[in-house]
Ligand binder design. Structure first.
Ligand SMILES: NC(=O)c1ccc[n+]([C@@H]2O[C@H](COP(=O)([O-])OP(=O)(O)OC[C@H]3O[C@@H](n4cnc5c(N)ncnc54)[C@H](O)[C@@H]3O)[C@@H](O)[C@H]2O)c1
Length: 441
């Protein structure tokens, strides 16, 4: 019965959490013909959606306008769950102050689901989390509190979201979807659902494998970026241009994958997810050295950046205190508007703590909250560039005329090697080497 509803798209689907992950998913499901009911606790987001205004860069307003109140309905009312065939959970999984998993959002969603769920419902968790979460926090809770049997009376899967915001080539449809079920029947139902809009499904043997696969992907990135960051420090001491080294090594046609150093890692995934696994491992008396080491190196990059800024200014006989510094790009990565965990914010604050006059330019982020104040983006004008003692490129958005920046700035500190395609002798790269060296070899 549930299977045929999923296959003929008459299944009603609730998506809990309409953020960067939940909104694109809800919209895609509604677009292929399901009736989708988005639930979120944010009144602002619900108001925005009702007005067909998107707050997620990869979902456009027109798409929402076509679907809202036709196939897509949004509210904060969990009682609609009693009428749902499928429930997909996309709530946040941050870290708490001690850098341990904060699973309160999952628990809050599950508490409501337990209250309203009826038999013959498929629940899928998409939030990134430690291996064991789906069984411990969803299956066991519903079995014990509602006395339903998993695989018979309700069905549960874990299927991690693997989106890369701002990526023009890969999206929710053409990114292979990993899925693990609590039982075989659960897995089959999950595959039926995602096959309606995803080109390739990757079934795995359990929810734990699916949970761990997602963590492996992000740990792989975190560790490799940390390696490049450490080699940047090392090359700095040796007077070697790490960027040139990486470019040369990347010409090997096999057995090498290129990662870039940078000012630190941000976003909701790479800095946080590895700590979910490290925490779980600790409960089993296992200390994951790679994860902790990578996190430590990456978290310290903003301080390294500020040290390099101090030494660049020192050469100009200027202290950080009283210097005018213009930061270019504050989102956590290029061509997105997401500020979460962005190293630019740490760098901004560290410079301010050291007495600098810091301003920023970012065409994607018109303002942000810095401690108790709102800071607004400057214009990217000749005047503003010339006013700065140092221009620091933190986020390498593609829509910037970097030649204009080079031509109108006193000195540029480029933490992304974005200026490599441009000409100028006033650029210093992360790692201390001279940049802006097109044609210079
Ligand atoms: N952003 C990404 O690029 C990305 C990629 C892959 C996986 N993930 C994972 O997906 C999950 C969601 O991330 P996100 O980036 O979409 O977060 P987000 O903060 O953008 O969205 C989460 C939404 O859930 C809502 N919410 C919180 N508690 C709720 C509750 N009890 N009931 C209903 N709604 C609630 C929030 O208001 C918010 O709108 C996280 O586990 C994250 O690690 C994120």
């Amino acid at each position: 019965m549930l299977k045929s509803k999923v296959l003929n798209k008459s299944a009603k689907i609730a998506v809990i959490g309409l953020g960067y992950v939940g909104l694109p998913l809800a919209v895609e499901l509604a677009n292929v013909g399901f009736k989708v009911f988005g639930i979120d606790i944010s009144k602002d987001k619900l108001t925005s959606l009702k007005l067909a205004k998107s707050y997620v860069l990869d979902v456009n307003d027109e798409f929402i306008r076509r679907l809202i109140n036709k196939n897509l309905f949004v509210s904060d009312d969990y009682s609609i769950i009693s009428n749902m065939d499928v429930i997909i959970i996309c709530v946040p999984t941050p870290l708490n102050k001690t850098k341990d998993p904060d699973i309160t959002y999952i628990n809050a969603a599950v508490e409501k689901i337990v209250k309203y769920i009826t038999k013959e419902t498929l629940i899928i968790l998409e939030s990134t989390t430690y291996p064991g979460t789906t069984e411990e926090l969803i299956v066991n809770v519903i079995e014990s509190e509602r006395n339903f049997k998993v695989g018979k009376e309700f069905f549960v899967c874990f299927s991690p979201e693997r989106m890369d915001p701002g990526n023009k080539n890969f999206n929710i449809k053409n990114t292979p979807k990993i899925i693990g079920g609590s039982t075989k029947t659960c897995l089959e139902l999950g595959i039926n659902l995602y096959s309606s809009f995803v080109e390739k499904i990757i079934p795995v043997s359990s929810t734990k494998v699916a949970e761990m696969a997602k963590l492996l992907e992000n740990i792989f990135r975190s560790v490799n970026i940390a390696l490049m960051n450490e080699l940047t420090h090392m090359s700095d001491r040796m007077g070697i241009n790490i960027w040139e080294v990486i470019e040369a090594a990347a010409t090997k046609p096999y057995g090498f994958m290129s990662f870039q150093p940078g000012p630190g890692i941000g976003g909701h995934c790479v800095p946080l997810d590895p700590m979910y696994l490290a925490w779980k491992a600790k409960t089993l008396d296992f200390y994951s050295r790679f994860i902790e080491l990578a996190s430590d190196i990456n978290r310290n990059m903003p301080r390294y950046v500020v040290n390099q800024i101090a030494s660049i200014l020192n050469k100009e006989e200027k202290p950080i205190k009283g210097s005018n510094i213009l930061i270019m790009g504050v989102s956590y990565k290029k061509d997105v508007d997401d500020l979460r965990e962005s190293p630019a914010i740490d760098i901004f604050q560290l410079l301010e703590d050291n007495g600098a006059n810091v301003v920023y330019y970012d065409s994607y982020v018109s303002y942000f909250h810095n401690k108790n104040q709102i800071v607004h983006s400057q214009e990217l004008s000749k005047e503003n560039l010339q006013k700065a003692d140092l221009v620091v490129i933190i986020t390498d958005h593609s829509n910037v005329d970097y030649q204009f920046v080079i031509d109108n700035s006193k000195i540029i500190y480029d933490t992304r090697n974005m200026t490599k395609k441009y000409k100028g002798d006033n650029v210093v790269l992360l790692g201390g080497f001279k940049g802006g060296c097109k044609d210079s070899i």
